[in-house]
Design a protein around this ligand. Sequence first.
Ligand code: HPA
Ligand code: ZN
Length: 353
Amino acid sequence: MLGSMSDPVPALARSLPKVELHCHLEGSARPATIVELAKKNGVALPVDDPTELFHFDDLNSFLAVYGIICQSLVTADDFRRITYEALEDAVADRVRYREMFFSPSFAMAYGVALETVWDGIRAGLAEAHADLDVRCRMVLDVDKGGAPSAATDLVAFAAQQDRDLIVGIGGDSTERGVDHSTFLPAYELAARQGLRRTMHAGEDGPAENIAISLDVLGCERIDHGVRLIDDPELMARVAEARIPLTVCPLSNVLIARMIDDVAEHPFARQREAGVLVTVNSDDPGMTGTTISDDYEHVARAFSYDLDTMEQLALDGIEACWAPDDEKAALRTRFLAEFDAGRADADMAVRGMS
Ligand code: HPA
Ligand code: ZN
């Protein structure tokens, strides 16, 4: 879907340099890789083509499919491969910096050791940093459907790793009916250990889960945060404190199915209220969409101009957890790439006239 001649911005938005802060490793695995790994590991998938599995009507049915996909991931080399490939795909979308979630509880449920998961991811990151023009840090997500004590154990593991490889922790999986405050011991430990903290909240649950994540758990970012729009007082506080939301507009249409179209997403209203919203893909392998699709859809749905789309890319830098010097270097690079992109677009228009 390219932009029309009358509005070139959606197409131009695709080629902007990007930061991505909400993207799950396991949900980024290529379907063809999942098929290969399942065969290699003797895991019987219920279908030959995993894309046939990718039918979900809500977050919980999506998570059931996520679990099936994760059965195919058994060895450290499997995790190395999906990490590397996820970053190869990110580069194709001009992602220059990513903070990527991994959710080890899913593989651990099938008997894979946490160390095996992590050894593979570390190897994939090292290879990607050597070969590819992208920098990535990981965020360990605890399973909100699991026991709070298991979450604390995962955080203790994360705390022992290099902060340049695991920068923080988050919480994903189911939201409905979960008392988010029960994860306080895990989040307190993370804070004591200097890990950054975020939480999926307000995706499939009320704005109250966002308030608990911020006020009880001490989160510095919120993943999704769609339902923030329901609590104007909280939204004003989030805006004032520059607490970023890592929004995944197409995921909200395709996975949680809270809206039928990106145009119905509160993204633009949240932004108008001063909230630091960022654009992200969530689970590109499973939705068959990429962050470029999200940029394109946001530009079209809200009729944003190129300045606004460039500002959204810069907002990703503000919201990320890279050291300040790295953020400054990213900003300089993005500004140069914006100029080059505008010059190319001008040449293309002149060539047509
Ligand atoms: N929400 C909750 N759990 C998830 C998601 C999500 O968007 N993606 C992968 N696991
Ligand atoms: Zn997510």
